[in-house]
Write a protein of this length. Sequence first.
Lengths: 111, 347, 98
Amino acid sequence: MKRRIIQIVMVLAGLFWLAGTAAAAEVSQGKCLQYDKERKLVTIEEYDINFTNEHPYGQPTGTQSEYNVATALIGIPPEAGDIIRLAYNVKDGTKVAIRLMNVSKQDLRKK
Amino acid sequence: MDASWLYMYMPIAGVDIFWPGLVLIGYSVGVIGGFFGMGGAWMVTPGLNILGFPMAFAIGTDIAHIAGKSMISTIRHSKFGNVDYKLGFIMVIGTMIGIECGAQLVMWLERLGQIGPVVRWVYVVFLLLIAVMVFSDYAKARQKKKAGEVAGEKGVEGFTWYKTLHKINIPPMMHFKTSGIYCSAWLPISVSFTTGVLAGFLGIGGGLLRMPALIYFIGTPTHVAVGTDLFEVMISGLYGAFTYTLKGRIELVAVFVMLTGAAIGAQIGTVATKYAKGYGIRLAFGAAVLCCMISIILKQFKYELPAAVLILSTIGIICIYIMIIMFKGAANELREKKAREAMATKA
Amino acid sequence: MQRIYHWGKNLLMGLAIMLPATAWAAGEKATNIVVVADTRRVTGILKYFSDLYNTNVVMSAVWAVVLTVAIGCFLGFIMDFIMERSGLDLHSRKIIEH
């Protein structure tokens, strides 16, 4: 009985490991400059990962980038000025967002 | 001094966590849970929240850790023993729906931004209830001792509410052979639903409520109630882990860290029961529950550091106490065994 | 004492049933909360899980359950193995835990 359970678990673990390794998405975070609801485009100014007390969301890099959020799962709708975080994949040169998180408006750390 | 290596970044919750605290909580839950034969999950959700996890993450991570821990104890029993499987599977329906409702409630409160205070206050009530239960148990045991009775394993007998509840005649009526009861299927479903909601909402196994409910409301014999409850805890842990990850409120690595601590702790706790004598230790348990409750109140009023220090030192001290019992007892046993063997070889 | 206990239990159960109702009554429109794991800050197994979480939540849920079960079983076996070799008599008494 014990050995049977071990075998089943091992096989399952192996299968899921294989299935799971394929997925990965880029993540970027920054200040939302514009959210075009009709064209489903979000433009952000990217922040880096130097987090300090004065800059809890990282420091501005000056780089602007545009994301297609037509298929993305969006939480609290972003507005210009919000800090947002996106997980995205690059498809044919455009950055297609999968998930969009409104970091500054849903600060979970305070809950 | 740079203490940043003591903190671990949790990518989903987005918080830095004092990881030795995580190990201590996992380990203590193992020791205390193993020793007292109670889940001990009630201290994990508040503990995680006090360490810095957002409340929804604390609940999700706790319930996933229950799934792992119930696997460990199920393995130890190697099979469930006295499970009324028919009753168990009927109850799974209620448990799963209940957990989903509890989890949805958590998500709803999170969206409203009320999750922290609401769960904390429900916990305060819940822990107060446990403390009252433990202290009254202690008082009863003392009374019996004075009266010269032998302390029985069972709690109070004589509540026969289930007899009334069995008269409820809503089809489908079912016969549970292992438990030897005949009642409406809705009775176990509603009992398991209620405990399920609480389990999903507070991130606990729910055994603390399910056990008395099984005995007093459904009328299962105590030994069947133990096995069936274990089965239900495992199901609720697994389903809870699934639904909370789906909602993205679990930090899996924190679960593993705690599980490892719990596995080691549970052994020490269960072995220690063998050497512990007297009911005095129950008072320590009650005190731990009360300290946990106080630290939740402290957290609610934003005294973060005192709250963390209080809960961690309380469970730490109880752990050390149980460990001393265990190591002293074990050393004694091994010494006696050696002495016996030496005698045997001489003779 | 027993009465207080049952009173408390009933109160708690009542609370559990009432809470959804009050939450519903509060009824303001609340938006969904979406979390993106910050994979830029982590490495190794943490990165793997956060990547999986960002891209495929269902898979990460199944994975979480399977892994938790696997680790639970694994730890259970390992600890039993170690304790059996400690020389203590672990069979002469009842273990009740859950």
